[in-house]
Design a protein around this ligand. Structure first.
Ligand code: FES
Ligand SMILES: [Fe+2]
Length: 342
């Protein structure tokens, strides 16, 4: 595809962590569309954050008796986006309607359907049940990155960057054998380091076997399972699940939702585990990814003619698959728009 890839609209995206949305109005732009989110009777409502009168952000208004009252001239809208009241005349103008977006709350995430077609079933949303496993003590984070979401996806689908970016997760000892394959429309990159010095117990002359398997599920979920087997230890293999979910904010910025079970050695408390991940994702991945985006400017990856390595296979497959899905959506749209009897 030439030029910058457009978005896939008819898909479920992560809009927010469930605990970000409460009684207050919460604004977040997704796919260049400003959205306002709030809870009404427990369910999350998502609306275009733009009043149909003079286009004030509705998120600057207030929730009054379950309705958003625009903070500019006081039109009020219910959870379906229907105008219910005009503060001054009392009569709600019929033409005043705000677009709403289907949402579904699952695994501590608010998912949103951004397309104009009816949403596909929520069973198509990737399950991340480990988020709710309280015994696991999962930590959750949000990172805003000034990079295209596929540049972040490239980073996730090519974990060989661990060697140079993540000294805390193996650093230069992380020289894996790499494999990539497709399973039911999901793309998997696998990395196996047969034997490396232990990054769980560094400096103690201990070794471990490490396997990382990252699975891309369209449009933005990357589910990573790390399996660490310390050599000669009775505890066997430790399984560490994590998720890296990308939702485009604009064509040059991304919402990055991440979660992980505590990594062995990342610390015993929640705060220590969080600090280890913040270090990796915010202070190691993000600056590199943003710097890459700066060098690329607004050019599309393929137009920039990158040198490809064998370890790019996963990232390239993700880009190709997404490109196909976007193309299919676009041709469906133009078929729908074509005059009848053509
Ligand atoms: S802009 Fe919202 S009521 Fe005027
Ligand atoms: Fe990384």
């Amino acid at each position: 595809m030439n030029g910058r890839m457009q978005y896939l609209y008819n898909a479920w995206y992560a809009a927010a962590w469930a605990n970000e949305i409460g009684a207050a109005l919460f604004a977040r732009t997704l796919l260049d569309i400003p959205i306002v989110l709030f809870r009404e009777g427990g369910t999350v409502v998502a609306m275009h954050d733009r009043c149909p009168h003079r286009f004030a952000p509705l998120s600057r208004g207030a929730l009054v008796a379950g309705q958003i009252r625009c903070g500019y001239h006081g039109l009020s809208f219910d959870a379906r986006g229907t105008c219910m009241r005009n503060l001054f005349s009392g009569t709600a103008p019929k033409a005043a309607k705000v677009r709403t977006f289907p949402t579904h709350e699952q695994d501590k995430i608010v998912w949103i359907w951004m397309g104009d077609r009816p949403p596909v079933g929520v069973e198509r949303i990737p399950r991340l049940e480990f988020h709710s496993d309280e015994a696991l003590g999962c930590v959750f984070g949000y990172t805003h990155a000034r990079a295209h979401y596929l540049v972040l996806s490239d980073n996730l689908m090519d974990l060989t960057h661990t060697a140079l970016l993540h000294p805390g997760f193996g650093g230069l000892d992380y020289i894996p054998a790499y494999k990539c394959w497709v399973e039911h429309d999901e793309i998997i990159s696998q990395y196996i380091v047969d034997r490396m010095p232990s990054f769980i117990e560094p400096g103690q002359n201990k070794f471990l076997h490490n396997e990382d398997k990252i699975r891309w599920i369209a449009p933005g979920t990357h589910y990573l399972e790390s399996r660490v087997t310390p050599e000669g230890e009775a505890q066997g293999t430790l399984l560490i699940p994590s998720a890296h979910i990308l939702s485009p904010e604009t064509s040059s910025t991304t919402h990055y939702f991440w979660s992980s079970a505590p990594f062995p050695g990342s610390g015993s408390s929640d705060a220590e585990a969080r600090a280890a991940f913040v270090q990796a994702f915010d202070h190691e991945d993000k600056p590199m990814v943003e710097a890459v985006q700066q060098r690329m400017g607004t050019a599309d990856l393929w137009d920039s003619n990158p040198v490809l390595l064998a370890t790019d296979a996963g990232a390239v497959r993700v880009r190709r698959r997404l490109s196909e899905l976007i193309e299919a959506e676009r041709s469906h749209r133009s078929e729908m728009a074509a005059p009848a009897g053509r």
